[in-house]
Design a protein around this ligand. Structure first.
Ligand code: CAA
Length: 295
């Protein structure tokens, strides 16, 4: 494996590109617009600067990492030479099916196609291609350069060879791969999302405020972030769509998204990326709670 194509320069995509490039791989980072690519590479540069400041990387390693990343808007050009494609586009089934159908046509016959989906069925994505045995889930965690886990999801038809290749690759990135099977939410989100949803339900029921709920989990359970802060960090729209996939997939009411989460997404309060979620991230009110309206 030498050349990796990463589709999507958003939070996850730029972190995945950063991590491969830092470990010596040639990366084609692909997105639909120059503006999205510019934003993505600016984030990679900022995070590399942080690593240099913390003496995790040297200035030369930072420059080598950036030189390993090529930016492209043409999907065919970006993936035709790739040994592995990691798709990190929007978490929408129709978009992923369309991308995988195109990848199957544009990529070399032996290219492995991976998705960074956080909950969509790998088996369903693989069915859009004629190479289901070479389709797999590679679920990185945010922030990708820091978090050690890669959840590796085998779909119904994923071959043992594909699993072995991708597992070895994740180890080459200094990550710990964990193999799991393809059921809604896999393992990470099947356990994490009910906890975040329950924290939102606790707020919705007026048991405690935002700061109080987060403090209980940070200081009582040694979580690095409280659940409401983590939900803001992940994106409330992403949390909602993962819960909906699990609710739909299991037909079990325990995964039903809290009405407050649904309302906040409808109101455009998506967390850090929109400037407000459970906390206010605008310059004037940074980290100040907006919980008063729920109490
Ligand atoms: N790129 C590179 N390095 C980064 C970084 C980034 N984007 N963000 C933080 N870092 C580094 C810092 O440089 C620092 O490095 P050192 O330890 O070498 O000093 C380290 O990470 C810790 O950062 P900070 O000191 O700035 O801040 P912190 O101690 O508060 O840690 C955090 C930040 C790592 C994000 C921590 O708060 C944390 O672990 N939060 C929980 C993250 C989590 O749960 N992620 C999973 C989300 S779920 C998901 O991703 C999957 C899904 O499908 C929804």
């Amino acid at each position: 494996m030498k050349t990796i194509a990463v589709i999507g320069a958003g939070t996850m995509g730029n972190g995945i590109a950063h991590t491969f490039a830092q470990n010596g791989f040639k990366v084609n980072l692909i997105d639909v617009s120059d503006a999205a690519l510019k934003k993505g590479i600016a984030t990679v540069t900022k995070n590399l600067d942080r690593q240099v400041a913390k003496e995790v990387l040297t200035e030369a390693q930072k420059n080598d990492t950036l030189l390993n990343i090529a930016l492209l808007t043409d999907l065919k050009e970006g993936v035709s030479t790739a040994d592995l494609v990691v798709e990190a586009a929007s978490e929408k089934l129709a978009i992923k099916l369309d991308i995988f159908e195109k990848l199957d046509n544009f990529c070399k016959p032996n290219t492995i196609l991976a998705s960074n989906t956080s909950s969509i069925s790998i088996t369903q994505i693989a069915a859009a291609t004629q190479r289901a045995e070479q389709v797999i889930g590679m679920h990185f965690m945010n922030p990708v350069p820091v978090m050690k886990l890669v959840e590796i999801i085998s779909g119904y038809s994923t071959s043992k060879e594909t699993l072995a290749t991708v597992t070895k690759l994740a180890e080459q990135l200094g990550k710990t791969p964990v193999p799991v099977n393809d059921y809604p939410g896999f393992v990470a989100n099947r356990i994490l999302m009910p906890m975040l949803n329950e924290a939102i339900e606790t707020l919705y029921n007026g048991v405690a405020g935002v700061q109080e709920i987060d403090t209980v989990m940070k200081l009582g359970m040694a979580h690095p972030m409280g659940p409401l802060q983590l939900a803001d960090f992940i994106g409330l729209d992403v949390c909602l769509s993962i819960l909906e996939v699990m609710y739909d997939g299991f037909k079990n009411p325990k995964y039903a998204p809290c009405p407050l989460l649904v309302n906040m997404v409808r109101a455009g309060k998506l967390g850090i990326k929109s400037g407000e979620g459970f906390y206010d991230y605008s310059e004037s009110k940074k980290a100040e709670t907006v919980s008063a309206q729920f109490q």
